[in-house]
Write a protein that binds this ligand. Structure first.
Ligand SMILES: [Fe+2]
Length: 283
């Protein structure tokens, strides 16, 4: 029997009593989806997963899409991206930094991500975790006049971090090879999205891959996005979750921004990530 505990007043819950894998029951899956819709982050502690078990669980939420950074796909399951600061035979076994700036996963794609799932395998540093920002609550708190002004706006997105384009920096978006860069193009998303399942409105990806707003010059568009990012990342909308080994953590990319920590290279850290797509384009 599943039991739910909220993590903070901003967002998030932990659901215990659920076994993640091929065997997860329909009732448990419904409980997790309802918790995700309500709390935007769901932690399922105490899991022991195979790559196949993790992928089959993720597929019940939608279609996983392998990350463009294909050199760190799990060898047994390309849908899994390995995040790690560890090396084997002198080579990194995974992607080192997973987006240390606020962003929404796959907002640089025409069909973005419904949710991201992380499985924590090796965590040896306390006090580091992913910080989430609740864009639904941030939208709800805006003045009515601001909502009316921004509701019809459309943003231009591209792979990258609009605040840091220096490829030698650790806070740039993970650097792509020339071939990987060729797969990226400009896409459009509404600035305010209605959640595909709940219909609730939220700001969408106001940081990270949003480089401008249609109908505004770039400076004006970025200034508005920066204002909204500042609003949405105030302390009352934030929660940092510190992973424990065995956690599966699922977050709603339609309703949140998130920022990963810059990890200490001397403290081993390995997670598996699966990114599940939305059903279709946002416009
Ligand atoms: Fe991310």
């Amino acid at each position: 029997m599943a039991s739910i505990r909220t993590l903070s007043s901003a967002l998030g819950c932990a659901v215990s009593g659920i076994a993640v894998g091929e065997e997860t029951s329909g009732a448990d899956l419904q409980a997790v989806e309802a918790a995700l819709d309500e709390h935007c982050v769901v932690v399922l502690p105490g899991q022991t997963l195979t790559p196949q078990g993790f992928v089959s669980f993720a597929r019940r939420f939608g279609r996983p899409e392998p990350h463009v950074i294909d050199q760190y796909h799990h060898p047994a399951a390309a849908d899994i991206l390995i995040l790690s600061n560890q090396q084997h035979a002198g080579r990194n076994i995974g992607l080192l930094d997973g987006g240390s700036y606020f962003h929404s996963d796959y907002a640089y794609l025409d069909v973005p991500s419904r949710c991201t799932m992380l499985y924590a395998i090796q965590i040896t540093q306390e006090g580091v975790g992913t910080t989430f920002a609740n864009l639904r609550a941030a939208y709800d708190d805006l003045p009515a006049a601001t909502k009316a002004r921004i509701d019809p706006l459309v943003c231009r997105h591209h792979y990258g971090n609009r605040d840091d384009l220096d490829e030698t920096s650790r806070t740039v978006a993970s650097v792509l090879s020339d071939d990987q860069k060729k797969k990226m193009s400009w896409v459009r998303h509404p600035l305010v999205r209605k959640h595909p399942r709940t219909g609730r409105k939220a700001l969408y990806a106001v940081s990270g891959s949003s480089f401008g707003i249609e109908g505004m010059d770039d400076k004006e568009g970025v200034a508005l996005l920066d204002d909204l990012k500042r609003h949405a990342t105030q302390p009352q909308y934030l929660h940092r979750y510190d992973y424990q080994v065995g956690d599966v953590v699922i977050w709603d990319n339609c309703s949140l921004l998130h920022a990963a920590p810059l990890t200490d290279m001397t403290k081993p850290r390995t997670l598996w990530r699966i990114t599940v797509k939305d059903k279709g384009p946002t416009l």
